[in-house]
Design a protein around this ligand. Structure first.
Ligand code: C2E
Ligand code: CA
Ligand code: CA
Length: 278
């Protein structure tokens, strides 16, 4: 469980047996949650700071449990991975995100993309590529509107399989980014091998850079690495004007975080875009 949200603190304060009970309850109810439409998506804008253009939206999954209330993905994604339900959940998320992007495209937002998070298990599945293609076809969405966010762990493991899948997606025109960059593995040797488009600087680094010189230096190093490899960069979890200022000063052009907007339900995205000014 990641720390940070109020919900998670509630979980920390539970005893071991209560935690176990909650875990089992989540495991049991997640099966029905999909059918009962308790799962939905919210979208957080990704902003090109110069000019204040919205370039895309990251889809983030939400579960409103009838008794337990909102359950954070930090809690139930792990359960879904353990039980194998992540495959169904992943397809559900991808389908809804692509459907939503097709609606935005048809409204004229043709320079947006939708970014979808992938879990390792989903990516490793033999049917993964077929299911991405099927969903793009079914939702009638051109692949360049879709960006897949991979973790460093996906990128590091199982090189041959990873390379093959990423190349296929790239050939189709799907965009690829590395999520939470700078927190996981220290090896960067995979980067030039893979057809990656974008690095997402992890929130932890943004927070660290505010207080520590080292954080700032890591971010500067990521930006120069990205420049050398011709990758674009976005910083996530940007909350304050101070953070925004030093990221822009370092040359990071794309920003995502509460400073601009929290994740929004789909019906609020277009109104947000229409009224958005930096
Ligand atoms: P992530 O991919 O790193 O997503 C960013 C998380 O930070 C989201 O939490 C988002 O709501 C939150 N966030 C955005 N801006 C800020 C900010 O300025 N400050 C702070 N403190 N937080 C901010 P969320 O939605 O609870 O998701 C947590 C994690 O769950 C995600 O981390 C991602 O790893 C995973 N996740 C979410 N949706 C999906 C999904 O559809 N599929 C998969 N496989 N994983 C998902
Ligand atoms: Ca993400
Ligand atoms: Ca993150």
């Amino acid at each position: 469980i990641k720390s940070g949200s109020k919900n998670n603190y509630a979980v920390y304060s539970l005893g071991i047996s209560e935690q176990r009970h909650r875990h089992l309850q989540i495991e049991k109810d997640l099966y029905q949650a999909l059918e009962r439409q308790e799962i939905s998506l919210v979208y957080q804008p990704q902003i090109q700071a110069a000019g204040g253009l919205i370039v895309g939206w990251e889809a983030l999954v939400r579960w409103q449990h009838p008794e337990m209330g909102w359950i954070s993905p930090g809690e139930f994604i792990a359960v879904a991975e353990e039980t194998g339900l992540i495959l169904q959940l992943g397809q559900y998320v991808l389908r809804h995100a692509c459907r939503q992007m097709a609606i935005w495209r048809d409204l004229g937002y043709r320079d947006w993309h939708v970014a979808v998070n992938l879990s390792v298990k989903e990516f490793r599945e033999a049917s993964f590529l077929a299911s991405v293609s099927a969903i793009l076809q079914e939702t009638d969405l051109e692949p360049h509107y879709l960006e897949l966010e991979l973790t460093e762990r996906i990128a590091m493991e199982n090189e041959e399989d990873t390379l093959q899948k990423l190349r296929y997606l790239k050939e189709q025109g799907v965009k690829l980014s590395i999520d939470d960059f700078g927190t996981g593995y220290s090896s960067l040797s995979y980067l030039p091998l893979y057809p990656i488009d974008k690095l997402k600087i992890a929130r932890e680094l943004v927070v660290m850079a505010e207080h520590k010189e080292e954080g700032m230096e890591i971010i500067a190093a990521i930006l120069s690495l990205a420049h050398a490899l011709n990758l674009s960069v976005i910083a996530e979890g940007v909350e304050t004007r101070e953070q925004l200022r030093f990221l822009l000063a370092q040359g990071c052009r794309q920003i995502q975080g509460y400073y601009f907007s929290k994740p929004l339900p789909p019906e609020q995205c277009v109104p947000f875009a229409q009224s958005f000014k930096v």
